[in-house]
Design a protein around this ligand. Structure first.
Ligand code: NZQ
Ligand code: ZN
Length: 388
């Protein structure tokens, strides 16, 4: 196991009614807030009104940035930075899923930078710090509520890139499972697949002797496989929503990757797809994952598949490669059971085959991707062809 530092200072308020603590939590940082949200789900389910009542009660002033899109764009970020700079904002309150929190992180960092915040994503500038962010999570998926990463799209350039800094971790996150009751089926399935993918990206590491992290990772995947289908059938099942919500945060708050490097090739491939076609992130991941697994399966990696199959699905094959194949099939079947399309065509996206080479080049623009196996152009092209 590698040496590591682990510091995860986000204060979590978990459970029904915890939004009551919002006023006091904000006042630790000031009285002037930028409220960020998406296309209106928080108005439909009543969370918006509750927040405004709290703002009034605690005499908290606020500005708003709404209409932040799934796969948030740099345009929303620029708009938010301008509002923060013009109005001396003390804290950004992000209410929604990963897109809203990611966009808010980019705004928080952009506040302290004179240039274009897109520079952080291309590597032209480094994030140095950010305004404090508070989050009210409404969709269990990305883990953005407890980490310092942000993923932003530049539609016109066909790019979707990540940047991060420890200071961008939300200073507090309110996780009330009831806030996810209204999440529709397709987003519930996508979120569950995203959490599982975060687990797999960290599970498939070349690092040896991370027994504890591997077992924790399997436990989170099991939690998703048990509770995801329940949440699909019973959207207001508090315990299923609660388990998914905590799984979302724990899967990507740094705990599972302590002492090892993650892989993240699946995410890099998916980010290209959702940059071009506005595909839902978790759906793209679920489509790619089984094909990525087949690509990385080898003498060196097969033991990982054997452990995963044994601990998740009780697979006990004497032949390791057969066990691996069964494990991949079981995951594939789970995604189908969640109603996730099997390929891009089923997801309504028609990719011309002659685009594959160009896409592979773009995915590999900074060099080979992945860690347990470094994927080269042939590998990425093979995976892309398989998911059409
Ligand atoms: O815009 P609104 O109206 O709020 O609707 C949203 C949106 O349409 C809806 N929604 C959210 N909560 C709801 C709800 N609808 C009804 N009831 C609720 N309670 O769901 C839709 C999707 O929301 P979005 O925020 O886009 O979803 P998600 O949380 O999956 O975030 C995806 C984004 O996060 C990035 C992805 O690439 C993608 O851009 N990621 C961020 C990561 C991070 N910061 O660590 C890691 C991830 O791997 C991922 O890359
Ligand atoms: Zn993800």
């Amino acid at each position: 196991m590698r040496n590591f530092e682990f510091h995860c200072p986000t204060k979590v308020f978990f459970g029904q009614g915890e939004i009551d603590k919002l006023g006091d939590a904000i006042l630790q940082y000031g009285t002037n807030v930028l409220l960020t949200y998406g296309g209106g789900s928080i108005k439909n389910n009543g969370i918006y009104n509750t927040i405004i009542e709290i703002f009034n009660k605690y005499e908290i002033g606020f500005f708003e940035l709404s209409d932040i899109k799934p796969n948030p764009t740099i345009h929303s970020v620029r708009e938010g930075v301008e509002i923060c700079k013009e109005n001396e904002i003390d804290l950004i309150l992000a209410v929604g899923g990963g897109s809203i929190i990611d966009c808010s992180k980019a705004i928080a960092a952009g506040y302290y930078y004179d240039g274009d915040p897109w520079d952080f994503y291309t590597g032209k500038a480094q994030i140095e710090t950010g305004l404090p962010i508070g989050a009210i999570l409404t969709l269990s998926a990305t883990g953005s509520e407890m980490n310092g990463f942000s993923v932003i799209s530049y539609e016109e350039e066909g790019l979707k890139l990540a940047a991060g800094h420890p200071d961008l971790r939300p200073v507090f996150s309110i996780l009330d499972p009831e806030h996810t009751f209204s999440v529709p089926k397709n987003q519930t399935a996508a979120g569950t697949a995203d959490i599982i993918s975060h687990c797999l990206e960290q599970y498939f590491s070349a690092e040896k002797d991370t027994y504890l992290q591997d077992r924790l990772t399997e436990a989170i995947i099991k939690t998703c496989m048990h509770n995801g289908p329940i949440a699909l059938e019973e959207p207001e099942n508090y315990d299923a929503r609660a388990n998914l919500m905590w799984a979302s945060s724990l899967a990507l708050n740094g705990m599972l990757s302590t002492g090892k490097l993650g892989d993240w090739a699946t995410h890099q491939i998916e980010h290209k797809l959702s940059a071009i076609w506005d595909l839902t992130h978790g759906i793209g991941l679920a489509i790619i994952t089984p094909h990525w697994m087949r690509n990385i399966l080898s003498e060196e990696t097969v033991h990982k598949f054997v452990n995963l199959g044994k601990n998740l699905f009780d697979i006990e094959e004497s032949d390791a490669f057969e066990a691996a194949e069964k494990t991949i099939s079981k995951l594939y079947e789970f995604f189908r059971k969640m109603g996730i399309p099997a390929n891009l065509k089923e997801a309504g996206i028609d990719v011309p085959e002659d685009m594959i080479e160009e896409m592979a080049d773009s995915i590999l623009q900074f060099g080979p991707i992945g860690q347990i196996k470094k994927l080269e152009k042939d590998d990425v092209s093979e995976i892309l062809k398989a998911i059409l």
